[in-house]
Design a protein around this ligand. Structure first.
Ligand code: NAP
Length: 245
């Protein structure tokens, strides 16, 4: 049965999901936050910008006669997922989520887990030279510690200036293991700091860190509402189509 689906996007999986659902005959609107300059647009209808919290989303769901919310936001987009879950519950509309598997430490990895960026910044060894790949919003948690230095890599330019002891690089994934290893060596970095985003596009830095014997401070994912979840786009298509996975 064709359904009217609101995809909450901002990820590669959300774009793949839009194409796959359209192919199956569903009526799809993808919503993106509109933070990225020149984002790659998904197929089908797209709306851009916040809804105005869960109450704004509730109105949108009613106005657009949405049957199901397919949350394919990034694992760290906790606010959007919480709002979507609440709006779905209030409107009696199904909410399902695509949770891409988290990265797991393997043999040879030297990971230290942190619950938040603040904790990550706190537990870093004194005078560490770090490779910071946590997005453009929270770099100040690290640059505020005068003994730390290193390289900050973001997809979007940083909003605030950083002390000149830091190098800054704007680049878009994917990256190869060779590229990551070369960056780590060139900047003489000794700790990689990252959020546990999961996925293949940005995993090369973890392999490079393992090969060079470097520590990784891994920031754990925020909790998202308990819901029916899929791990892959294919599973998510089945969930949206109300089939067992
Ligand atoms: P967030 O903290 O969960 O959301 C903050 C607010 O941004 C939401 O309350 C909502 O505003 C708006 N928003 C977020 N996603 C939206 C969407 N798909 N459509 C419409 N509005 C949206 O999210 P975030 O961490 O800032 O991430 C923003 C977007 O970037 C997400 O869509 C996410 O998938 C993508 N992204 C995030 C990360 C990351 O590391 N956090 C990485 C890659 C991509 P209203 O309350 O006004 O509705």
């Amino acid at each position: 049965m064709a359904r009217r689906v609101l995809i909450l996007g901002g990820t590669r999986e959300a774009r793949l999901l839009a194409s796959a659902l359209l192919q199956q005959g569903h009526d799809v609107i993808t919503s993106i936050a509109g933070r990225t300059s020149a984002p790659t647009m998904p197929a089908g209808k797209v709306r851009v910008g916040g809804f105005g919290g869960s109450s704004g989303l509730t109105c949108f769901l009613a106005d657009e006669r949405i049957d199901i919310i397919a949350d394919a936001t990034h694992p760290f987009a906790a606010q959007m997922s919480a709002n979507a879950f609440a709006a779905g519950r209030d409107c009696g509309i199904d909410y399902v989520r695509l949770d891409r598997p988290a990265w797991r430490a393997g043999e040879g990895d030297r990971w230290i887990m942190a619950q938040s960026t603040l904790e990550a910044a706190r537990i870093l060894p004194r005078a560490a030279r770090i490779f910071l790949t946590i997005g453009s919003k929270l770099a100040h948690d690290f640059t505020g510690r005068a003994d730390l230095r290193g390289l900050i890599r973001t997809i979007e330019p940083l909003r605030e200036p950083v002390p000149e002891t830091w190098s800054v690089m704007v680049a878009r994934p994917p990256f190869t293991v060779e590229e990551e290893a070369s960056l780590l060596r060139q900047h003489r970095l000794d700790v990689v700091v990252t959020k546990n985003a999961g996925g293949e596009l940005t995993a090369a830095k973890l392999v490079a860190a393992r090969e060079l014997g470097l520590q990784v401070v891994m920031i754990e994912r925020p909790l998202k509402p308990r819901a029916r979840t899929a791990e892959t786009v294919e599973e998510m298509v089945r969930l949206v189509s109300d089939q067992a996975i």
